[in-house]
Design a protein around this ligand. Structure first.
Ligand code: MN
Ligand code: MN
Length: 324
């Protein structure tokens, strides 16, 4: 049942610069609260960047994303979707990380998401660096491998870093394929670009059947055509959406650790997420917003806006389930 107590605080009632900044000004509900049973979509922060190989700072992402998400209103400007009238959405708080221990933190994340799945909640995560997708997928894909639509300028499919380190933000989807969490035939990576060390990541993609769409192909075909193919690849099955903010051109999203020039603009950043509509999205994340590289918060405002697009896609899928 959709419950009015899950509506965000309106800027018409309380100015948007006032109040405690939860994601989208939604109510904060702890996993231990009884109200958790009524939540359909949970927004979760993972303030953790211990998988970062280059410029850090994404551990500060959730807080800046929450602050900037107070700018987002309840109705979608282009589609008219009013997500909070279709599904109960709440801020479930942060997963508490251990910044000095990668494996301890990954276990904490998986345990948290096991409880989210158990409660029947679809998670939308704000990172944090991209390694966090792996422990999230370990919980979400327990029963069956998932498809994935992945926006990024990097494949994050490398075998290892620094002579054998297997868990970094450049390796999560290599591990996820090895662990059987993803069905490679239903995975598409969009926006890949930039200089490279070698072709080891893309060779792996090819060897397992992951579709990689470089940014050159994205621009020559256009977002509508590319996203039609992405929806076809993901198909009707359960699908995860992973959105690295460095998919977007650094002129629009400078606040990230590994920027790559020559990317989509902020309009396209929203449009590609909107064009996920119709997929069976069982979870999503928005990662790699690093506030120290953009203290003004423009990158986080774009990130929060992308999260709103993802909420709109996720509630429409939830509404379809409820009507069935
Ligand atoms: Mn990236
Ligand atoms: Mn990434």
């Amino acid at each position: 049942m959709v419950d009015a107590s899950f509506r965000p605080v309106s800027g018409m009632d309380l100015p948007r610069f006032a109040g405690i900044p939860t994601f989208m000004r939604l109510p904060h509900i702890d996993l231990d609260d009884t109200g958790i049973r009524d939540v359909d979509i949970g927004l979760i922060g993972i303030p953790w960047d211990s998988g970062t190989t280059n410029r850090p700072g994404a551990r500060h992402g959730p807080r800046q994303l929450r602050d900037n998400s107070t700018m987002i209103r309840a109705e979608h400007g282009a589609t008219g979707v009013r997500p909070y009238e279709t599904a109960n959405c709440a801020d479930l708080g942060d997963v508490g990380p251990n910044p000095t221990d990668i494996h301890d933190t990954m276990n904490r994340i998986t345990s948290f998401y096991d409880r989210v799945v158990e409660a029947g909640i679809l998670p939308l995560t704000a990172g944090g660096d991209h390694l966090l997708s792996l422990p999230v997928l370990r919980a979400l894909a327990r029963r069956r491998p998932l498809g994935m639509v992945h926006f990024d300028s990097h494949t994050d499919l490398f075998r290892s870093y620094f002579g054998g380190t297997e868990y970094t933000h450049g390796t999560p989807f290599r591990r996820a394929v090895e662990e059987g969490l993803l069905d490679p035939a239903r995975v598409v990576q969009i926006g890949i670009r930039g200089t490279a060390y070698d072709t080891e990541d893309r060779d792996f993609a090819k060897s397992v059947g992951i579709r990689v769409i470089p940014v050159e192909e994205y621009f020559s075909r256009g977002p509508e055509d590319v996203m039609a193919e992405a929806r076809k690849i993901a198909g009707d099955g359960p699908t995860y959406v992973s959105y690295d903010i460095d998919f977007v051109d650094p002129s629009f999203a400078p606040g990230t650790g590994t920027p790559e020039v020559g990317g989509p603009n902020s309009f396209e950043a929203l449009l590609v997420a909107r064009l996920l509509d119709g997929l069976d999205v069982v979870g999503a994340d928005l990662v790699e917003v690093s506030p120290p590289f953009d203290p003004s918060g423009g990158t986080a405002l774009l990130g929060a806006s992308i999260m709103f697009e993802l909420i709109c896609v996720m509630v429409r899928k939830r509404a379809a389930v409820d009507m069935a």
